[in-house]
Design a protein around this ligand. Structure first.
Ligand SMILES: [Zn+2]
Length: 261
């Protein structure tokens, strides 16, 4: 393949990609207590600058792990610290009514743009019946949901109008799920095998518009996901779609927020 065709300018690939405008769909506030570095607001903002972030979608570890309400409130506080931050409301199927209440609480908040759930943390999957009302609400509010993959293939057709973002997508996930047009692929994954870190293959299966830039920061540096895209043999135009354009299209609420972004 002609590398000049893939790089329309003379700047080095990674340096150029570092500065490309980005939307990170998978960032956490809080800690997993795994000695993550750079958790302060000041350090996070430095990283937003360094990695060319236009927006970053934040969800709370505390809300996933043990206190949904306090964790979502923590996300809401972070939104005030940097205008690039947007929130995902974490919901918990074991606490269905409380989850619906959380969605209602933040539906009118212009900084929140979608939902997040990690069903396996509650020993279940996204196909659990206790997600039904939550997904119906996501459908009504046109809120995409970032979710772990387990059980997704069982429900994506039933909720055709819900946009599911498959967190930590690998090539094998694209092989399994690319046929469902309402499934998007977040590449935030620590898995390092080449056959699974196959961005070219994911694009071939899902097309260039359903692959999204995500990092899982700060447990992992954004440099890892940027490097995966930067080293992929795909056009700069497709890279820009992954880094930014696809998420901007997907999350309709970017276009109607109070920050004027
Ligand atoms: Zn995560």
């Amino acid at each position: 393949m002609n590398s000049k065709r893939l790089r329309p300018d003379n700047r080095s690939g990674f340096e150029y990609d570092l500065r490309c405008p980005k939307i990170d769909v998978h960032w956490h506030v809080g800690s997993w207590n795994l000695n993550e570095a750079r958790l302060s607001v000041r350090e996070m903002r430095q990283d937003f600058d360094r990695f060319g972030y236009r927006y970053v979608l934040v969800n709370s570890i505390k809300a996933i792990v043990y206190d949904m309400e306090a964790g979502n409130a923590e996300t809401a506080r972070l939104l005030k610290e940097d205008e690039r931050c947007r929130g995902l409301v974490v919901i918990n199927p074991v606490r269905q009514d409380a989850s619906l209440k959380e969605i209602r609480k933040y539906l009118g908040h212009p900084g929140f743009v979608g939902l997040k759930s990690a069903a396996d943390y509650y020993s279940t999957t996204i196909a659990d019946i206790r997600y039904e009302k939550i997904l119906s609400m996501a459908e009504k509010g046109a809120w995409p949901i970032l979710t772990h993959k387990y059980g997704m293939e069982l429900i994506v057709e039933k909720y055709k109008n819900v946009k599911f973002i498959l967190a930590h997508s690998l090539f094998s996930d694209a092989k399994k799920m690319a046929g469902f047009s309402n499934v998007y692929f977040d590449i935030a994954a620590s898995y390092a095998y080449r056959d699974e870190t196959n961005i070219e293959g994911m694009l071939e299966l899902a097309g260039p518009k359903r692959v999204l830039f995500g990092t899982d920061a700060q447990i992992m540096s954004p440099a890892w996901s940027i490097g995966k895209i930067s080293s992929a043999r795909i056009s700069q135009s497709d890279k820009n779609k992954i880094f930014h354009d696809n998420a901007f299209e997907l999350f309709g609420r970017f276009k109607s927020n109070c920050f004027g972004g």
